[in-house]
Write a protein that binds this ligand. Structure first.
Ligand SMILES: Cc1ncc(C[n+]2csc(CCOP(=O)(O)OP(=O)(O)O)c2C)c(N)n1
Ligand code: SF4
Length: 312
């Protein structure tokens, strides 16, 4: 459905100011866009938030940035928690103990650590059981809250505190795990990747993910200022650059069909435009053979999804 920016810009968001996230944090921008999408749709949300930056910075007792029903969950089980809430809601409704006529979507939200790694089993369980939940992975590509440790979403050759770039170790030596493919493999009705720069694409996809009944999945690239070692104001431009260089293809999967999003570029920009603005890639940028390998990984992934979407 078309998104009206004027209408969305005027809305008082239910994810409020006053949180303790770093200035310019990509995750904060993402959650505001998410909230705008849901409020524009008039759908009620209930959140379960895995431990991580978003959770600890927005819920410092006795304050909260969430004007939604919101539950702190352990690092590993945001999906199990929201599954229980979802079942309880429908059971109480069936018994006539809840009078609530609005549409509700139950949302589990986690960082990449809480989704690609430690939260994967509970995400998988909730998807397999077919709960009416949206699982959101806000992917800042490392365990940022605890000091920038590598995760299975961390890109090849990025510098992290547990896989540092040095004389003998070239940063992380494995490419990113494909969580989108893993989510799709559950046979869920809807999955999509988003980038905060492409707000229209993001809001349209989030609204679909909230409206479609059953387990749905959103994967968002959300730059982290200290973790990516980048200038404070660059989260939005790097989210754009990630798409323009093919690093972050924008895709959808709906009832068995992959779709190439219109915001993907006609011609890719050089990958250097994305990596050179982040000090976490400083070591890789000193070695042309590492940059070349990185480029090949990016292109391979891009072509894979183009082909699945039938545009290659
Ligand atoms: C079982 C368990 N192990 C470790 C921790 C410590 N811990 C809290 S948050 C966190 C990292 C979260 O990383 P991620 O999910 O990527 O979210 P981000 O901080 O990047 O937003 C860790 C390791 C924990 N809370 N529980
Ligand atoms: S450390 Fe990164 S993810 Fe965490 S609040 Fe700061 S910018 Fe956001």
């Amino acid at each position: 459905m078309p998104v009206n920016l004027k209408q969305i810009a005027g809305v008082e968001l239910k994810f409020t100011k006053g949180h303790r996230m770093c200035a310019g944090c990509g995750v904060a921008i993402f959650v505001r866009e998410l909230s705008a999408a849901a409020q524009d749709l008039g759908i009620d949300l209930v959140f379960s938030n895995a431990t991580g930056c978003l959770e600890v910075t927005t819920s410092v007792y006795p304050e909260s940035s969430w004007k939604y029903p919101w539950i702190h969950s352990a690092f590993e089980n945001a999906s199990a928690t929201i599954s229980g809430v979802e079942r309880a809601y429908y059971a109480l409704k069936a018994k006539g103990k809840i009078n609530h006529d609005k549409k509700v979507k139950f949302v589990a939200i986690a960082g990449d650590g809480g989704s690609y790694d430690i939260g994967l089993q509970s995400m998988s369980g909730a998807m397999e059981r077919g709960h009416n939940i949206l699982f959101i992975s806000y992917d800042n590509e490392a365990y940022m809250n605890t000091g920038y440790q590598r995760s299975s979403a961390t890109p090849l050759y990025a510098n992290t505190t547990t896989a540092p770039f040095g004389k003998s170790v070239p940063g992380k030596t494995q490419p990113r795990k494909d969580l989108f493919a893993i989510a799709v493999a559950h046979g869920i009705p809807y999955a999509a990747t988003v980038s905060i720069y492409y707000w229209n694409d993001l809001i349209t996809k989030v609204q679909k993910a909230l409206t479609i009944e059953g387990p749905t999945f959103i994967l968002s690239i959300t730059p982290c200022i200290p973790g990516w070692a980048m200038p404070t104001g660059d989260a939005v431009s790097l989210s754009k650059s990630a798409v323009e260089t093919g690093y972050w293809p924008l895709i959808e999967y709906e009832n068995g069909v992959y779709k190439w999003s219109p915001s993907n570029p006609k011609q890719l920009k050089p990958i250097e435009e994305f990596v050179s603005k982040q000090k976490r890639f400083e070591g890789m940028l000193k070695k042309p053979e590492l940059v070349e390998h990185f480029r090949q990984e990016v292109i391979q992934n891009y072509e894979k999804y183009k082909k699945l979407c039938g545009v290659a």
